[in-house]
Design a protein around this ligand. Structure first.
Ligand code: FES
Length: 118
C-alpha cells in the first residue's frame, strides 16, 4: 500500500475534503507520495473512507471525467474512459475490461481516515 508523505499543509486540505465527503460518494485529493503529487480517489462506504490512486488498472487512465468528477452507478465507481466498474470499498473491478483487477489502495493516517480530525 502506498504511503503519503508527511506534510502538514496536505493534511489540512485532506481533512477538509474528508469532512465534506458524503456517504456513497467519491472525491479527489492530491497528495505528495514519494515526492510526487498523486491524484487520489477518496470514497466513503459505511462511514469508512478509502483512498486509491486515480489510475485505472485497464489502460492507466484517470477514472474521473473531469478533475474530481467521478461517475457513480448503483453504488459502484465507474471509469469514465471505458466503463469499468469498481467496488467503492475494496477497489476491486467487478465489471468491464479489467474485471478482477483492483485500484491501488493508499494508506491514510488514522485520524484523517475517520474524517474526525480537527
Ligand atoms: S482506462 Fe478505465 S476502463 Fe479503460
Amino acid at each position: 500500500m502506498l504511503q503519503p508523505d508527511d506534510s502538514p499543509g496536505v493534511s489540512v486540505s485532506l481533512s477538509t475534503t474528508l469532512a465534506q465527503l458524503p456517504e456513497g460518494a467519491a472525491s479527489e485529493a492530491v497528495l505528495a507520495i514519494d515526492g510526487d503529487d498523486e491524484s487520489l480517489i477518496l470514497t466513503r462506504v459505511a462511514g469508512r473512507v478509502q483512498a486509491f490512486r486515480n489510475v485505472c488498472p485497464h489502460a492507466g487512465r484517470r477514472l474521473d471525467w473531469a478533475p474530481g468528477a467521478f461517475l457513480i452507478d448503483q453504488g459502484r465507481l465507474v471509469c469514465a474512459a471505458h466503463g469499468a466498474s469498481f467496488d467503492m470499498a475494496s477497489g476491486l473491478c467487478v465489471a468491464g475490461p479489467c474485471r478482477g483487477a483492483s485500484l491501488t489502495p493508499v494508506a491514510l493516517p488514522e485520524i484523517e481516515a475517520t474524517g474526525t480530525g480537527s
